[in-house]
Design a protein around this ligand. Structure first.
Ligand code: COA
Length: 258
């Protein structure tokens, strides 16, 4: 059985990290499986949105596979961190919404994977954190960067320095997750959210993702210019004409993705 499973239905690709006996810890095979799944999702026109989750009831991902850390050297550790960062960048810049369905522990690399997603929905029993300092390490899949951008420097440093996991409700309070739901409602909530986004103009959705993801890394005035350019590009789409016409004609829009 593969360590990363994919299933496509209704234009939603569900990617499931499948090592439940090790709480879906990320080893090289899982990272490569994620790269391959998201690479495929990017180029597959039948995929409109992705839901990323973990197999079993206990964990989304309980972190990088600690068993593999014994063999690391400074050089291989740097390569290891870069490989993971590149895969998480691929998730973040997919051009399609990616929803993390956090069904349990999201620790270390698991929290970092979730943060690379566009939106995070957590089940009430989820626990999130960056416990790397317990192991004499720091986050290496861009956790120091994405966490500070998502929740602010002070809260990011508290999570990273104390290594204490937080509950889903606390993660919601500080803005680390978008929603908290009962475990039995997690899949349906994520699918409803994906379907809602899929009903919108696809080019506008792609440009909105790009404006936020890339714009946040630019000086404000350059980001404004970038946003204005993408706004202008949207006007070239048939979907923009359809969306405006549908509103004025008081009917639902029929978007073609062109
Ligand atoms: N890497 C490798 N194996 C891991 C793992 C990880 N990050 N997290 C869990 N596992 C393995 C355990 O070793 C155990 O394997 P075993 O049954 O062969 O002994 C199995 O998954 C189940 O985990 P277990 O620790 O027995 O479950 P628990 O409910 O008692 O505790 C956690 C759950 C998440 C609190 C605990 O597993 C944990 O602290 N994991 C490490 C979290 C971490 O530090 N992540 C960041 C890594 S940088």
């Amino acid at each position: 059985m593969s360590v990363v499973l994919t299933e496509l239905s209704d234009r939603i690709l569900t990617v499931t990290i499948n090592r439940p006996e090790k709480l879906n810890a990320l080893n090289g095979e899982v990272v490569e499986g994620l790269r391959s799944a998201f690479h495929g999702a990017k180029s597959n026109g039948d995929v409109g949105a992705v839901i990323l989750t973990g197999a079993g009831e206990k964990a989304f991902v309980a972190g990088a596979d600690i068993a593999t850390f014994r063999e690391l050297t400074p050089i291989s550790a740097r390569d290891y961190a870069r490989r993971g960062q590149v895969v998480l960048d691929l998730i973040e810049t997919l051009g399609k919404p990616v929803i993390a369905a956090i069904n349990g522990f999201a620790l270390g690399g698991g929290c970092e994977v979730a943060m690379a997603c566009s939106i995070r929905v957590a089940s009430k029993n989820a626990r999130l954190g960056q416990p790397e300092v317990n192991l004499g390490l720091i986050p290496g899949y861009a956790g120091t960067q994405r966490l500070a951008r998502l929740v602010g420097k002070g809260r990011a440093l508290e999570l990273i320095l104390t290594a204490e996991p937080i509950t889903a409700d606390e993660a919601h309070r500080i803005g680390l997750v978008n929603r908290v739901v009962e475990p039995g409602e997690l899949t349906a909530t994520c699918r409803d959210m994906a379907k809602k986004i899929l009903s919108k103009a696809p080019i506008a959705v792609r440009h909105a993702l790009e404006a936020v993801n890339h714009g946040l890394e630019m000086p404000f005035d350059e980001a404004e210019l970038f946003e204005a350019t993408l706004f202008g590009l949207c006007v070239a789409s048939e979907d923009m004409k359809e969306g405006v016409a549908a509103f004025l004609e008081k009917r639902p829009a029929k978007f073609s993705g062109k």
